[in-house]
Design a protein around this ligand. Structure first.
Ligand code: SF4
Ligand code: ZN
Length: 299
């Protein structure tokens, strides 16, 4: 198979784009997808300070890698969840990546914060990914706001976004649909959030990480077993396998056709927040959910 751009031997076949690329041309393709996302959604400017949420997996490390290569000021943020046999190894990869690229890295230790994930799951009895996601979002926002970053970037890819869209549509979760976009504007004390990889699928990012020799953490979190989200992801992957290109059409179609109708509702919901008296985090309740959780854990 020949590269679509230069005619050399292709190394990566992209069925969804009906194309194949050699290594160098694939890097150009990958970078263009990210540039297109940044430009179209006005995610950030060259002088902006970007905080990148890093898990140690292929998506977040590839995002950090490409933003640094493009010359952006990108600092990593790793939340150490304290999950046995998982968090420590992922942290080592993240620290190594930061050292090699001489890039700044912020680490939040949930043990020191009094809310390590395994204990929280054990004592609260809540669904693991829901409580873990809530805690991570809290620290992403808080760190970005307190340390004066212009924007928070996450490594969500096209598979994540289409899976989330499907799940939200199946249950008509309007509050979640309102918030689904490659960019969430800053409101109140929430910094702007962006997803520069939203046009790239799992396969393309895995190929990028592999060809770039990015040493990422490839293992699944032990709490992810049986998560509904993963099931939906498999269904989306199956549809894409049968009908290449459907994922991108599905998500871009949502952004063009349904999202404009939901935007006015997004502005209304931002007006209802106030500040948590304990930590100053925006909340709808008298005290934010993380301070309530910390208080419960102390008891
Ligand atoms: Fe947290 Fe669930 Fe992700 Fe594990 S799989 S890190 S519990 S959100
Ligand atoms: Zn609080």
């Amino acid at each position: 198979m020949k590269c679509r751009r230069c005619g050399k031997q292709a190394e990566v076949e992209l069925r969804s784009h009906h194309a194949a690329f050699c290594r160098d041309c694939f890097f150009i393709f990958f970078r263009r997808q990210v540039e297109r996302a940044i430009k179209r959604w006005r995610m950030f400017k060259p002088q902006d300070r970007i905080l990148v949420a890093i898990s140690g997996g292929k998506d977040s490390l590839s995002l950090w890698d490409i933003l640094l290569n493009m010359g952006y000021k990108a600092t990593g943020l790793y939340i150490d969840l304290k999950i046995d046999g998982f968090s420590e190894k992922a942290k080592e990869k993240v620290e190594k990546f930061a050292q090699e690229r001489k890039s700044d890295l912020i680490i939040v230790d949930l043990e020191k914060e009094g809310i390590p994930i395994p204990k929280i799951i054990h004592y609260s009895g809540k669904e693991p990914c829901s409580i873990c996601g809530q805690i991570k979002r809290y620290y992403f926002n808080r760190m970005a706001y307190e340390k004066n970053f212009h924007v928070l970037a996450t490594g969500h890819n096209l598979d994540d976004e289409t899976t989330r869209l499907l799940a939200n549509l199946l249950r008509w979760q309007m509050t979640y649909l309102i918030d689904q976009a490659p960019v969430l504007p800053p409101t109140y004390r929430f910094v702007k959030k962006v997803k520069p990889l939203y046009r790239l699928g799992e396969y393309e990012i895995a190929a990028y990480a592999f060809l770039k020799n990015i040493d990422y953490f490839a293992y699944r979190c032990p709490f992810s077993k049986g998560a509904t989200f993963l099931k939906y992801k498999e269904y989306i992957a199956y549809i894409e396998y049968k009908f290449p290109g459907t994922k991108l059409d599905f998500y871009e179609g949502f952004l063009k056709k349904l999202r404009p109708l939901l935007q006015p509702l997004q502005r209304q919901s931002a007006n209802t927040f106030h500040l948590c008296p304990e930590c100053g985090y925006p909340t709808l309740a008298p005290q934010c959910s993380i301070c309530r959780l910390k208080a419960e854990m102390k008891k």
